[in-house]
Design a protein around this ligand. Structure first.
Ligand code: BG6
Length: 474
């Protein structure tokens, strides 16, 4: 055990979940379907994410989000466990389709609103602060079918109504809000992150859809400030520094360009304007956007209060065609395989030092408070007589928290850290349960079989100690 410099006294140690990956109860109390509810498990899910038409046209045997880990019915028992773990905060998302089942109604669904009232109250009972993502990969299905998702401006209006309703309802219970989960994910996964239902969507449409999300995010920020200026609004990035493969200046330039792609959208959310390199990028990529003067003003006037991000690993870029063939899929973005890093299964490599580098890179760029809202290891756990010895997960977190502490020593202003999937939940990428992230094990398999009972893993007591000592004992 090593001694670390202190995190702030009110550092928000936490865990993170998303509605579509945890709640289940996919049609309960008037909820409508979201795009995620038509996605199956395993290879078929991967195919559906690349080719949404496939998912629209098929009927599958099993849809993981329909029951997920049944958090909708078990949240009291789960929150009790998370309170025992010592969490200071829980990042979760509101399911848009619980509040507006189709997405374009004028009036919200009261039963959906009541659910989140009860959920936030339960958290507050244990002094666990809810950190809320407004849209985490679950655009209402009707908005994808009727409007083609975020490519249509109509969604700005629908999202605005949704935000106003939830801000008015929960502003006394929720302080930190994240407008869109991993906004840059739309470039890799236009269906998941943008509800764009066509496979062959061109780049202009994707960037136009992202632009609509940026305007919607800025309008949400504006509404929040009007309703209750104590609320804090954040953007959220799927982060991971991009390294050049060699010191060949061409590799450096390639890495710089790749990195710009990552920061493109949150640059707008933080600085209120498209980055200085956007014009040339659009020109060279033949991307044509419509941005009205009114929209430009909305973006300029309503920038975010903090920058949230997920970190799973770093990325690598090169101009060498041979090396470029050796790709690793990653959780969020594909990358060239890094020979210095360890493989961690499911097409990922682990890079704890890259965590410190990424945190510093983002802080250097924006100088706003940072919130790490996802980090973790998806691994297969062995369940033996109610016990799970997950020393590999402890090792992963230990190495990453050490580097996060280094970044704090570097002088970064860090609000908090929420580990991904503090209770096992279904994977976004594959829909599997076998890819587990939690300190709490859920007895459920990839086909939805199991008792759903919860069990504490060895990492539970370890993280409990980390929180108890405010990161001194890891
Ligand atoms: C992030 C998402 O990209 O990665 C989460 O915000 C997701 O929703 C997480 O679950 C891990 O990815 P996966 O595919 O292992 O679930």
């Amino acid at each position: 055990r090593i001694q670390l410099q202190k995190f702030k006294a009110d550092f928000l140690w936490g865990g993170a979940l998303a509605a579509n990956q945890a709640e289940g109860a996919y049609l309960a109390d008037g909820k409508g379907q979201s795009i995620i509810d038509i996605l199956p498990v395993g290879q078929k899910r991967k195919r559906s994410l690349k080719d949404p038409q496939y998912a629209f046209e098929q009927t599958f045997d099993y849809y993981p989000s329909h029951q997920a880990i049944d958090f909708y019915h078990r949240y009291k028992e789960d929150i009790q466990l998370l309170a025992e773990l010592g969490l200071k905060c829980l990042r979760l998302s509101i399911s848009w389709a619980r509040i507006f089942p189709k997405g374009d109604e004028q009036e919200p669904n009261e039963a959906g609103l009541k659910f989140y009232d009860a959920l936030f109250d339960e958290l507050l009972l244990y002094d666990i602060e809810p950190i809320v993502t407004i849209n985490h990969f679950d655009t209402p299905l009707h908005l994808a079918e009727a409007y083609g998702g975020w490519q249509d401006k109509k969604l700005i209006e629908c999202y605005q109504r949704y935000c106003e309703v939830i801000f008015l309802r929960y502003h006394t219970k929720v302080t930190h809000w994240i407008t869109f989960n991993e906004i840059n994910m739309i470039l890799r996964n236009p269906f998941l992150a943008g509800g764009l239902p066509k496979t062959d969507t061109d780049r202009s449409t994707i960037f136009q859809a992202a632009h609509h999300q940026l305007v919607a995010s800025a309008l949400a920020t504006k509404a929040a400030r009007k309703i209750d200026p104590t609320m804090k609004i954040g953007c959220m990035l799927a982060a991971g520094s991009v390294y050049p493969y060699t010191c060949n200046p061409k590799d450096i330039q390639a890495a710089l360009e790749k990195s710009r792609e990552q920061y493109f959208f949150i640059d707008v959310q933080v600085k209120g304007t498209y980055p200085y390199f956007a014009e040339r990028y659009f020109e060279e990529q033949d991307i044509h956007l419509t941005i009205t003067d009114e929209e430009a003003a909305i973006l300029a006037e309503n920038t975010v209060d903090f920058v949230a991000f997920s970190y799973y690993t770093s990325r690598l870029e090169t101009v060498d065609h041979e090396l470029k063939k050796n790709l690793i899929e990653g959780n969020a973005m594909a990358s060239v395989r890094n020979p210095y890093l360890k493989d961690a299964g499911w097409g990922r490599q682990i890079d704890p030092l890259g965590f410190r580098i990424t945190i510093n890179e983002i802080y250097q760029r924006y100088q706003l408070p940072l919130f790490i809202v996802e980090n973790g290891l998806g691994a297969e756990d062995e369940f033996t007589a109610g016990q799970i010895h997950d020393e590999y997960r402890i090792a992963y977190f230990r190495q990453h928290i050490e580097q996060m502490a280094e970044a704090v020593k570097d002088g970064v202003d860090l609000i908090g850290y929420t580990t991904w999937g503090c209770i096992d939940l279904i994977s976004a990428g594959t829909g599997e349960m076998a890819k587990r992230y939690g300190f709490v094990y859920v007895d459920l398999d990839n086909d939805g079989r199991g008792s759903m009972e919860r069990y504490k893993k060895d990492s539970f007591a370890w993280y409990q100690k980390v929180i108890e000592t405010n990161g001194k004992e890891i």
